[in-house]
Write a protein of this length. Sequence first.
Length: 245
Amino acid sequence: MSELEIDLDRSSPVPLYFQVAEQISEAIRRGDLAPGARLDNEILLADRLGLSRPTVRQAIQYLVDKGLLVRKRGVGTQVVHGQVKRSVELTSLYDDLRRAGQQPETRVLSLETVPVGEEMGAVLGLPPDAQVLRVERLRYASGEPLALLHNWLPPGPAALSAPALEERGLYELLRAAGVRMRVANQRIGARAATPAEARLLTERRGAPLLTMVRTTYDDQGRAVEHGSHVYRASHYSLEVTLIER
């Protein structure tokens, strides 16, 4: 942090803590502060900038809340990896992370065969007593938890196991089994994290999460999977290209 220049306009109506936070945020965006870089402690930073310690603490906390910095006991304050930006396409999160160099990792929390029930049966086009595979996974990007993924899959050619799902993406496994995915209906929203979700995603209770519900169909129009996922809003965003018609 010693080489990072922070210029403060003390006559500006913009609060000093926000000026500090915005300039650190911009340095992270430019790559001047790389993932894993450590910041000076609050006392040193306050002294260097001629600010009070509470002002610097407020700036740091603002960036921690945005997911740009993390406090680690015995280590100090560090820059975390940048936000994952994902185009809205018929691709899997695993593939998108791998292409972006984000080193995806997966932990399978549960994998079981269950009755589909009426509501999910209507989504997948199955009778209520049909059996489906229900999968719950925790997805990491560059060592940080990013998303909690729930999927329901009707019987099909793909033999899915926990080891396979921890090594490869779901869509990759489906395609390898001959499933030809062609179209999906997707709904994006937002809500507050439940206590269980916050614990798994290392967020505070009630933190904002992006939600995505998607049903994917093959080239015959049959539903091949339904997903209900939540993502850390501080680490994840969706990009859409708009075309005038």
